[in-house]
Design a protein around this ligand. Sequence first.
Ligand code: HEM
Length: 404
Amino acid sequence: MATETIIELGTDFYRDPHEFYRRVRSDGGVHKVRLENGVVGWLITDYALAKQVLVDPTVRKDAYSDTGVAARIVAGQTDAGQILNRHITEHMLNSDPPKHTRLRSLVNKAFTSRAVRALEPRIVEIADRLLDDMERHDSVDLLDSYAFPLPITVICELLGVPVADRDDFRDWSNAVVSVGRPADMRDASDHLDRYLTGLIEGRTAAPGDDLLSELIAATENGDRLTADELVSMAFLLLVAGHETTVNLIGNTMIALLDNPADLSALREDPERIPAFIEESLRHEGPVHIATLRYTTESITVGDTEIGGREMILVSLSGANRDPKRFDDPEELDPTRLRNSHLAFGYGIHHCVGAPLARLEGRIALERLIARFPDIALDAAADDLEWRHSLLIRGLTSLPVKLAR
Ligand code: HEM
C-alpha cells in the first residue's frame, strides 16, 4: 500500500531536496505525493523504476488534455488556458508519437554531436568575451555574468534570435518555469508568444542562415509544422536551451568551489573536465523532480499499482542517487565508472540538446578555470539560495571572487 507523503515546497525542500528523496526512497521508490498546491501525483525516486516508466508507451505526455497539461498540473489549475498561452505549448516535450516523432525529426540533425562540434570555435569566442568583461571586476555573480549569457547567446545565435533581447527573454522564461505563480506564468507566456510570433514574421519576410528560417521553410513547404507548432518549437528550444545549461555550469561550479582540491585537479588536467561534468549532472542535475507523465491505463511500478489518468513525477535527481544503482550515491566522485545517469532523461524524450549542453559545459569550465585559476566563493555556502522550481534545480545567484 503506497503511503501519501506531503512534499512541502518551502525553502528547506529546495535547499536540500536530496534529504527528502533519501527518506522516501528508503521506504520504496514509488510514493503518492501531494504538492503544496494540492495536486496529487506519484513520485518515482528509484532508478530502475524511473527508466521503466519513461519507456512505457502507455505512460504519456499529453494523455487527456490537448495542451499545457504539465503546466496546468504543476500550477495546480484546472484550466490549461489560465496558465500558459496555448500557442507556446504545442511542442515535442508535450507530445506523444506520432506528433512527437514528426516534431523531433525536424530539429534532430541540428543538434547531433557532429553538428554541434562545428559550433565549438564560436562558443569559445563567446565565453572568452564574457571573461574579458569579467576581468574588469574583482567579484561577480557568476550566473549573471557567465553561466546565463553563454548558453542563451549560443541558442539565440543558432535560432536567429536577437541577442539584445536576452534579458527580457530571461525574465519571461524564468516566470514560465517557476511554480505557484499562475498569473506571472500566464503573463510571461503571453509576452513570449507575441515576441516569438513577431520574430517569426520578421524571419519569414527576410530569411537568414539560421534554424528558425529552416523551420519556417519546413512549415511553408509541405505543411510539416503548423504556425502554433513553429512558435512552440522556438519557445521550447530557447527555454530548454538555456534554463538548464545555466544550472549545469552553476551547479558544477558550486561543487568545485566547495572542493578546491577538485578545482586544482581540473586546472592541472583539463582532460578530466568532461567526466567531472557527467558526475555533476548525476549528483546535482539541472532538472530535478518534475519530469511529468500521465498514465492512460493502470500500470504496476515495483510493488505499486497506479491507476489510469494519474500524474507521475519522475525525479531524475532521486533516481540519480539511488544506492541500488550507484555506489556511495551522495558522494560527488569524479572518477566514477559506469555513470549512466538520467540527468538528460531517458526514452524517446531524451534531451535533444545533450551534445550541445555537454559542449557548452566543457568549454565554459575550461575557459573559466584557465582565466581565473584562483576563483573562489564570495559568500558563505549556507547563504546561497536555491530556486523555488519543481522543474529546475539551480542557485538564484553565485557570487565569486575572481582574484588572479
Ligand atoms: C528534453 C535535460 C539542455 C533541448 C530534456 C529532458 C531533460 C532535459 C531531462 C527530458 C524531459 C522529459 O522527459 O520530460 C536537460 C539538461 C540540459 C539540457 C539537464 C543541460 C545540462 C538542453 C539544450 C537544449 C535542450 C542546450 C537545446 C536545444 C531539449 C528539448 C527537449 C529536451 C528540445 C525535448 C525532447 C523531446 O521531447 O523529445 N532535456 N536539457 N536541452 N531538451 Fe534538454
